[in-house]
Design a protein around this ligand. Structure first.
Ligand SMILES: Cc1cc2nc3c(=O)[nH]c(=O)nc-3n(C[C@H](O)[C@H](O)[C@H](O)COP(=O)(O)O)c2cc1C
Length: 190
């Protein structure tokens, strides 16, 4: 697929089904992630590929995290957390590994990981796969971090749900350039 088409027409897909991306497709997705702009080439990223039994284990971790935060969490909410990762055949956990650097603040390192996620989303779309970037409370949970083996300098930037598209693709909205872009210096009416 043409690069401009993929970038401008990509949409998120939440209704996903198996099979997940195969090994060749996963390799392409990670190569795309690794081409994110990255100040000082710090490579401040780390990714976990979760599939099969891993999705069940991740669901358990999510439900444990929910129960720890809200001890009287209703059974249906616990079950919802348990089922969350199974909304896709593959979930990629995108992690920022933040290192002290004289010229590259933590925010830039997080942004580099975000840019990598965007590359994965665009590459997935170009490959005909569906994908969506999710975060939520589970991306901020100490229990989730600990269970996934994150170090204290690491943060979850996103969960990327990946699979085959199981719905009609929505059409990408076309935003008006003038609503968001100005020439500077801005001309004022006199
Ligand atoms: C940092 C970040 C976190 C997000 N977290 C969620 C989320 O937890 N749940 C969700 O439904 N969408 C989340 N989104 C939004 C979707 O990924 C998606 O961009 C949005 O639904 C718009 O769809 P589109 O990408 O097709 O325009 C998040 C987006 C970003 C950038």
């Amino acid at each position: 697929m043409d690069a401009i088409k993929a970038i401008t027409e990509r949409v998120s897909v939440t209704k996903l089904t198996g099979p997940g991306p195969n090994e060749e497709q996963l390799n392409i997705l990670y190569r795309a992630a690794f081409r994110a702009p990255d100040h000082a080439w710090m490579r401040p990223w780390r990714y976990l590929t979760v599939k099969d039994e891993g999705l069940t284990r991740l669901g358990e971790v999510f439900s444990e995290a929910g129960a720890l935060t809200t001890p009287d969490l209703a059974e249906d909410k616990i079950q919802k957390l348990m089922d969350m990762p199974k909304r896709a055949p593959v979930v990629i956990v995108a992690i920022a590994n933040i290192q002290p650097h004289a010229k590259v603040p933590a925010m830039e390192q997080r942004l580099a990981v975000g840019a990598g996620i965007q590359n994965i989303l665009t590459a997935a779309y170009a490959l005909g796969l569906g994908a969506v970037w999710r975060s939520g409370a589970m991306a901020q949970s100490n229990h989730v971090n600990k269970s996934l083996g994150l170090a204290t300098n690491e943060e979850i930037i996103g969960f990327i749900y990946l699979g085959h598209v199981n719905c009609k693709l929505k059409k990408a909205p076309v935003l008006e350039k003038d609503d968001f872009v100005q020439d500077w210096p801005i001309k004022t009416a006199d």
